[in-house]
Design a protein around this ligand. Sequence first.
Ligand SMILES: [Zn+2]
Length: 359
Amino acid sequence: MRDVNLELGGLLLDMAALAGTSQRGWGYKRAAKAVLRLDRHITPLVEANTFRGISGIGPTTDRIARELVLDGTSAFVEGAIDEAGKRDVIEKNRGFRAHFLSRAAVADVLSHAGAPSRAKYRGDFQMHSVWSDGAETLDSIVEACLVRGHACAGITDHSYGLAIAGGMSMAQVVEQHAAIDQINAKYKGKFRMFKGIETNIRTDGTVDMEEHELRLFEFVVASPHSLLRKTIDQTDRMVGAVSQRGVCILGHPQGRRFNVRPGVSADWNAVFEAAARRQVAIEIDGSWDRQDVHYELAAAALERGCLFALDSDAHSHPELDFIDIAIAHARLAGIPQARIVNYWSEKKFLEWARGSWDR
Ligand SMILES: [Zn+2]
């Protein structure tokens, strides 16, 4: 089925790319975000002439939407691309939009009761706080999770290897863990915060922390943050990451970004087989511009026997809602709830995480 909102968001980003860093460029970017975050499909709005009434939607966006809905393409956008002589660059960006869902498409998938369930989701295992590049304190994260009905959360600030994202020194880790202990004492029986870390997968497939450091955490996420625009085969790197003792979750496995970059190229079935052997969970990262892994790769991972983690990768409270996107991909992939660590009890989760040292 067509996701017209996603198509329109893409066309607006095409216009933004043509306009560059000008005021107009920012305007198109804002409009693209507004469209991708809309929880209703635009087709009926355009047909009813009410699309323009939505905040963030100007006359040009309305025109492009109208062409897209009526003709299946926008002569206005295609003409602008050719006039600017930027066909090559735009087509390249367009290659980085496959298997993403707009918020309206996510709302469709979640509109009926089903599994994995929105209501039974217990907690999110990738999020960032003020201890690295997130905006929120640990205390306020607990409150934001409780409001959403969650029973637990795994805090995964960046490791010291990722200086650009304010990675924590080991001295800061010790301080953070003391703060988490206090939180867990305060919320005992109501909420449990797990001590996690998002480590970096180096180019050789090892993670950027020593084993005795990794052992300080209750669970470890390993994610690629480099070599995400190369077409070289990185199967060995990713197999290495999931083979490393202590690693529990393979975070945003591809490292792709909507309209920006393709992420890691690898023989994913080989990676998934290695992950399944060690019971490393494959993450479905729900950030709107990541959606990584997407439903098709997730279905392949399921076939290989993998476990999964559905996470928001939130850096601020509103982003905690990105788990909806992750749940939608999991539903499309047909993943049984029992295979998803976010639905497990505290006891089962911790046993599994500790087991990552012995498998
Ligand atoms: Zn990351």
